[in-house]
Design a protein around this ligand. Structure first.
Ligand code: ADP
Ligand code: MG
Length: 559
């Protein structure tokens, strides 16, 4: 049988690919810069084993040059360059990754700095350009070649002039259309913005001539413009630095630079993990909730980087909802990306990282509670409700994680206390953790139902958030102590005396109670002598499991 080769309709394939794998056109710059960085890395790796090569960091950089008149954007690098064959193979064959082969051929185990692997990123250039010209001179070669293509119709390769080793990619930008403004990729601020967003931590300088202005002379108010070359990326990601090299201020600057929030973060969490899965993360616990935090508009997530290149701006899977207030980033070299490198192929690694991060956040919150109680209280006032939702939402599945982080207002301490503090103060004869629900601390303090428990000298937790009681129902108990509403029938308090007295009174005033029941028929189910009132004449009490406050919430819910 004759075996036939698939004939790819490369023209259509290219178009399909270019227009379907990337969600944003600006990604083309990320891809070309990543390739340039890979090309420099390759010289670096070669120099490690080749004594005739030396690697002076100053010689290696990437340069971006917009030309407004010609409407071209050039991305040049001083990397390893491509021979004629390499131009043919690496740029002429879609899905052929010269970088992946390089890693394999050179058996680079720690070659995780090399970004390329899929062999499609380069073609992203055709999202914004009609004509792409690549001039390249390979390391060790005297001749340079030019590869040129208008996309679908194939390419030409011709010899060309190029003085230095490296590659220059010249994009002839597409004409603007009604929906799409391609001129934007010629504007300095826009180019800077895209570089900052995706390629800020590329390890080699990304240079660009930027326009600046200065006063004409000392006295003059007039300014003259001049050009100056600037490095527009920060290069060294602070998360790769050692913790002891960094000050609180460095972290705060990073928080501000990244626009994680306008407040000053309460705490930073810097994690470097080098185990089964390798990752670095810098996370922050903010002090104040953003204005939209408790709305549907709020989007949780951490920034996700692969080798210092931004992959996802808000990776939601990294944070459980109850820690959705955490800001920051994760960088890992062990992620398997899909080919647009905008998503992940498998979530196994991500799940591992998420689990790990979850633990760290909890640890750090507990530490904040220990070391900076005022800070923690302020944090809890902003985000405590979210933690309580967390307890409630998963039917208590997060009990272990969250119970020690909760705080409630205490009748005795007159401030927020933890459950641990409450339980450790409990007198021996106290059976339950008591709570009372109401609109505000002041109103709860006046509730007749609290009298008996308070009279016995027991501490009461005040529940003023609607979610409080729901969350506590899910927790069920804390350190083997059950929660009990002060309005509950069974308070676990020795009531022998009170019972005797109540029975006596019920007997004596039987007619009165019957008459009251008659008058209130249909409004209450029973009228009884209360055993818990001390100074109040009357109180309402709930039957069964649900307290009056919970009933109010349930009744207010849309059905
Ligand atoms: P990937 O980067 O995933 O390998 P690309 O489509 O981005 O795929 O690039 C294809 C190949 O072209 C690269 O693997 C590399 O061999 C080569 N290449 C692209 N840009 C450059 C460059 N600036 N310098 C040297 N080689 C390059
Ligand atoms: Mg690439």
């Amino acid at each position: 049988m004759e075996k036939k080769q698939f004939q790819a309709e490369s023209k259509r394939l290219l178009e399909l690919m270019i227009n379907s794998i990337y969600t944003q056109k600006e990604i083309f710059l990320r891809e070309l810069i990543s390739n340039a960085s890979d090309a420099i890395d390759k010289i670096y790796y070669k120099a490690l084993t080749d004594d005739s090569l030396s690697f002076n960091k100053e010689d290696y950089y990437i340069e971006i040059t917009p030309d407004i008149e010609k409407r071209t954007l050039t991305i040049a690098d001083t990397g390893i360059g491509m021979t004629k064959e390499e131009l043919e193979n690496n740029l002429g064959i879609i899905a052929k990754s010269g970088s992946l082969s390089f890693k394999n051929e050179n058996e680079i185990k720690d070659g995780h700095d090399i970004i390329g692997q899929f062999g499609v990123g380069f073609y992203a250039a055709f999202m914004v350009a009609d004509v792409v010209t690549v001039k390249s001179r390979a390391l060790g070669s005297d001749t340079a070649y030019q590869w040129q293509s208008e996309g679908a119709d194939g390419y030409t390769i011709t010899p060309c002039e190029k003085d230095a080793v490296g590659t220059e990619i010249i994009l002839q930008l597409k004409e603007n259309t009604e929906d799409e403004d391609y001129d934007t990729y010629l504007q300095e601020y826009r180019l800077k913005e895209i570089v900052k967003k995706y390629s800020d931590f590329i390890r080699y300088p990304i240079k660009m001539e930027v326009t600046k202005s200065k006063p004409k002379d000392d006295e003059s108010d007039e300014y003259t413009e001049y050009k100056e070359e600037e490095t527009i990326n920060s290069m060294v990601p602070i998360w790769r630095k050692n913790k002891d090299e960094l000050t609180d201020e460095d972290y705060e600057n990073f928080y501000q630079e990244k626009h994680y929030g306008f407040d000053k973060p309460l705490k930073h969490i810097h994690v470097k993990v080098d185990g089964n899965i390798r990752y670095n993360a810098i996370m922050f616990i903010p002090e104040k909730a953003p204005y939209d935090y408790y709305t549907a508009d709020f989007e949780k997530g951490l920034e996700l980087y692969s080798n210092g290149v931004l992959i996802m701006e808000k990776c939601a899977d990294l944070l459980p909802d109850y820690f959705s207030f955490v800001k920051g980033m994760v960088d890992s070299e062990d992620l398997s990306l899909n080919i647009s490198r905008e998503m992940l192929q498998h979530d196994r690694q991500l799940k591992l990282i998420a689990k790990n991060i979850n633990k760290k956040i909890k640890q750090q919150l507990l530490q904040l509670l220990r070391d900076n109680r005022d800070g923690y209280v302020s944090f809890f006032q902003s985000f405590g409700r979210q933690l309580k939702y967390g307890v409630y939402a998963d039917f208590g599945a997060n009990k272990e994680t969250l119970q020690d982080l909760l705080m409630f207002y205490s009748s005795k301490e007159k401030k927020l206390v933890t459950l641990d503090e409450y339980v450790s103060r409990m007198p021996e004869d106290q059976k339950y953790i008591y709570y009372a629900a109401g609109e505000s601390n002041e109103r709860i303090a006046k509730l007749p139902q609290t009298e008996l428990v308070a009279d016995k000298g027991y501490e009461i937790l005040y529940f003023t958030d609607e979610v409080d009681e729901f969350a506590i129902k899910m927790l069920m108990n804390y350190k083997d102590k059950e929660f009990r509403s002060v309005a509950s029938d069974d308070l676990g308090i020795d009531m022998t005396e009170e019972n005797k007295q109540a029975d006596k009174e019920a007997e004596e005033h039987k007619d009165l109670f019957d008459e009251m029941k008659n008058i209130l028929a249909g409004k209450v189910s029973d009228v009884k002598v209360s055993k818990r009132l001390k100074s109040h004449p009357v109180c309402l009490s709930a039957e069964g499991e649900i307290s009056l406050e919970m009933e109010k919430v349930l009744n207010a819910m849309p059905n």
